[in-house]
Ligand binder design. Structure first.
Ligand code: DER
Length: 232
């Protein structure tokens, strides 16, 4: 499909930045899955010697399937490069991530990397973050209280929307790789993402939010006609 072509060309371009001997953070989502497949091809065909640190169990499984040596973040300690997708990016290269429910490990791995490259298609580019619901990971204990505290906090911040919802997986609450829940915030437009990210993470029960501020170094945009743009 055209959108798959856009994701594929972005993923393939990003894999060109991977050098022999690197420790690479492997993102989660459909665009990141194309990246893992392209990286596996380079390992098999060029004998590229890299170690991959996955950001979810499903990425770990795919990486092993395509022949990438998978190690834990604790074994790697620091990474040379992380390549991951995003749900939105603005012109400051700030992101909303977490659409796939993996933003906690993704943010830890991206922060432990010398460089983060985000692979996207044009639908992810926005003037202001916030049209995509902002994921906030909360521990299961007292999650309804956490949700209420989050909404109370929103009233005092520069956001247009004030509603939130527990993310479901069918009839049951969605559960992350760490066994936590996700509250999606419908903010419409985030005026001050840096402030919002800090305030959210101060709320008891909140583990991490999906705003990536000053973490992304380069955005690769794939187009369905095969063109690729790199913004940094
Ligand atoms: O959950 C995530 O953070 C994913 O990276 C998401 O932001 C992008 O997923 P996609 O590549 O399937 O659109």
């Amino acid at each position: 499909s055209p959108i798959d072509t856009a994701k594929f060309v972005a993923a393939k371009r990003a894999v060109d930045f991977v050098e022999d001997g690197m420790r690479v953070g492997l993102g989660t989502g459909s665009t990141a899955a194309w990246m893992v497949r392209c990286l596996g091809e380079r390992v098999r065909e060029e004998g590229l010697r890299i170690a991959g640190v996955p950001t979810s169990t499903r990425t770990a499984e795919l990486a092993r399937q395509v022949g990438i040596r998978v190690i834990s973040l604790d074994e790697a300690r620091w990474l040379d490069l992380t390549i991951d997708g995003a749900d939105e990016f603005d012109m400051d290269l700030n992101l909303i991530k977490g659409g796939g429910g993996a933003h906690l490990q993704e943010k830890i791995v991206a922060t432990a990397s010398d460089q983060m490259i985000v692979i996207t298609d044009p639908s992810k580019q926005v003037e202001h973050l916030g049209s995509f619901p902002l994921p906030v990971e909360v521990i299961p204990f007292g999650w309804q209280t956490s949700k209420a505290l989050i909404e109370e906090t929103l009233a005092s911040l520069e956001v247009l929307g004030q509603t939130s919802a527990l993310r479901m997986n069918g009839e049951a609450p969605f559960v992350t790789d760490e066994g936590n829940h996700i509250i999606d915030l419908y903010l419409q437009r985030i005026g001050n993402p840096r402030q919002l990210s800090m305030v959210l993470n101060q709320i008891p029960g909140v583990v991490e939010n999906g705003l990536f501020i000053d973490i992304c170094d380069k955005v690769v945009i794939g187009h369905q006609d095969g063109r690729v743009e790199v913004i940094d």
